[in-house]
Design a protein around this ligand. Structure first.
Ligand SMILES: [Zn+2]
Length: 568
């Protein structure tokens, strides 16, 4: 093949420069070396080092010319599967009087998209702990573990020593950026914990939930890890639920007089936070609204003893709870004051929980509120300097099926448009069916230990089921769009499960061009690490980069300033 004229000119110029002993001209895009990756046997040959380098190679191949993002926001819709997004966009549109299918959630306007493959090192269908660790650390790891690599065994504190993985939030803090965590779940729950914590067991959220052996081996609960986080200048903003994990067992909760804290070590981590210079604390919406960002160096908000309320039930909260969009705005108002930039993670934590409960009404409502939070962040920031990633950790079993006509209520029963007036489409036994259903979970038709055979209602926490004796329930007189209706489930389980298929990624801002194609989930870390300049330079400073300044070597977390070594 003849050389192109352009290439011939470039080659000629390079030879002329060499001949004159002048310095080489700067490298052009095509000259940036691809990252070589050794072939390994799967899964036996996969190691933490291999995962890190594989993720780096994939992100680099997607965008060899690095961008320079000043700020990074990672939005994580927990369990936000593609059917969840499609159904939520329609419900959002229909609530505003439109047909709905043409509606777009805020992140569906972003220019870059990809598929994210969510399997863990040991599970085909994953959980939130291992998947968020992949996004935060650049390496896939095991089911149930947080902030530690696959060499740690779940629930075994001693085995996790030395396997702690540096997270994007830790790297950002070490680089001098402000950092934030916002969630509607307990702030010690799997997704937020993976931004700051390191433990081989996701359930060790508070010391009273930990076995004696784990405490004896030196493992420290997630609430304490958050409160004692001292990498760089520490965590700037933390907003969510989970107050009980921060208060001693002897202390009455400020919102619910019949509840107490859950800490057995006697420590009041809220008081310890408030004692730090420039620290603010809020446990209700009014206190959060009163925070003055100009006078706040760090902000903690714990709005419920456990998870925050579903958006659908938020108005019933006695103390008043902020919405996810309000928390996102409050966090950004503090973070945006840092001229060096910030890293923020925002989780829609209860999309997942509503799916587990078999209740699409709440899952879609949480998704719509999550999209509102993305919209707030997109409006408060610039695509010129802020990289926003929106993704899910894993899928769920929600199915969106049945040929409903355009504009048919998304929570309703299927009408194809071919039925007689007032009629519904019928299954092969003559019964109507809804557009949304679950492959498994508590919506199964058989009698459970707490509800009779037939349609199930939220809340429903069955321990066991009897086989259905009458087949599917007749939905003719049932309002499937009602808040507490549980969608039908094929396989009876106490809780609906996660799904194993890919989830979507949406991106905007510098570096978002690296988001395309079919990506392993851990490559998302590298999209951020390669294109957020402060984080990339921090990785290079601890020896993780190749000659081109690309982080390719698993970083030595213990070299981060302020990182506490050991199993925590
Ligand atoms: Zn889940």
């Amino acid at each position: 093949m003849p050389a192109s004229p352009l290439r011939a000119v470039a080659a000629g110029a390079a030879i002329a420069a060499l001949a004159a002993c002048a310095p080489q001209p700067p490298r052009v895009a095509a000259a940036v070396a691809p990252i070589e990756l050794a072939e390994v046997r799967h899964p036996d040959g996969e190691t933490p080092d291999w995962w890190f380098r594989a993720g780096a190679a994939a992100a680099h191949a997607n965008l060899p010319q690095r961008a320079r993002a000043k700020n990074v926001i990672v939005f994580l819709g927990d369990g936000m599967s593609v059917p969840t997004i499609a159904a939520a966009r329609i419900l959002d549109g229909q609530r505003r009087g439109a047909s709905g299918e043409e509606n777009r959630l805020a992140f569906e306007r972003f220019p870059a998209t990809a598929f994210s493959r969510t399997y863990e090192t040991d599970r085909q269908a994953p959980d939130s702990a291992g998947t968020m660790t992949a996004i935060m650390s650049g390496m896939k790891t095991r089911y149930g573990v947080i902030g530690v690599d696959q060499r740690a065994l779940r629930g075994d504190c001693a085995s996790s020593r030395g396997t702690e993985a540096a997270s994007l939030l830790e790297l950002a803090a070490a680089a001098g950026l402000s950092t934030g965590i916002v969630t509607t779940a307990r702030i010690t729950h799997a997704t937020p914990a993976a931004t700051y914590g390191h433990l081989p067991e996701r359930n060790w959220e508070v010391d009273s939930a930990m076995p004696a052996q784990a405490l004896a081996d030196g493992c420290v609960d997630f609430a304490r890890q958050l409160a004692e986080f001292r990498v760089g200048d520490g965590i700037t903003v933390a907003l969510g639920g989970g107050r009980s994990g921060f208060l001693p067992e002897t202390q009455v909760d400020p919102e619910y007089a019949d509840l107490r804290g859950k800490r057995r070590d006697g420590r009041d981590l809220v008081a310890e936070w408030r004692a730090r210079p420039g620290a603010a604390y809020a446990w209700n919406a009014a206190q959060l609204a009163a925070v003055d960002p100009a006078r706040t160096r760090r902000l903690l908000g714990l709005f419920e003893p456990e998870h925050m309320r579903y958006e659908a039930e938020r108005a019933q909260d006695p103390g008043g709870e902020p919405s996810l969009a309000e928390m996102t705005a409050a966090a950004l108002r503090v973070l945006e004051r840092d001229p060096d930039g910030y890293f923020l993670m925002v989780e829609g934590g209860r999309i997942d929980m509503a799916h587990h409960a078999g209740n699409a009404y709440r899952a879609l409502g949480e998704t719509i509120e999550f999209a509102r939070a993305v919209d707030v962040a997109a409006r408060m920031t610039s695509a010129d300097d802020t990289l926003i990633l929106v993704t899910a950790d894993h899928s769920h079993t929600l199915a969106f099926v049945g040929y409903p006509a355009r504009g048919n209520p998304i929570l309703g029963k299927v009408r194809t448009g071919n039925e007689a007036a007032g009629e519904y489409a019928r299954d092969a036994t003559g019964l109507p069916f809804a557009t949304l259903s679950y492959a498994n979970g508590p919506g199964y038709a058989g009698a459970s230990d707490s509800q009779p055979e037939g349609v199930k209602r939220y809340p429903h926490r069955p321990k066991e089921f009897q086989p259905a004796t009458r087949g599917r329930p007749d939905l003719a007189g049932v309002d499937t769009a009602a808040e507490d209706y549980e969608q039908e489930a094929l396989v009876p389980l106490p809780a609906e499960t996660h799904g194993g298929e890919d989830v979507a990624v949406f991106a905007r801002g510098p570096g978002s061009a690296a988001v395309h194609g079919s990506m392993e989930q851990n490559a998302l870390f590298h999209v951020v690490a390669q294109n957020a300049d402060a984080i990339r330079r921090q990785l290079c400073a601890i020896g993780a980069c190749n000659a081109d300044g690309v982080p390719v070597t698993r970083p030595a977390r213990e070299r981060l300033p302020g990182a506490v070594p050991g199993p925590r």
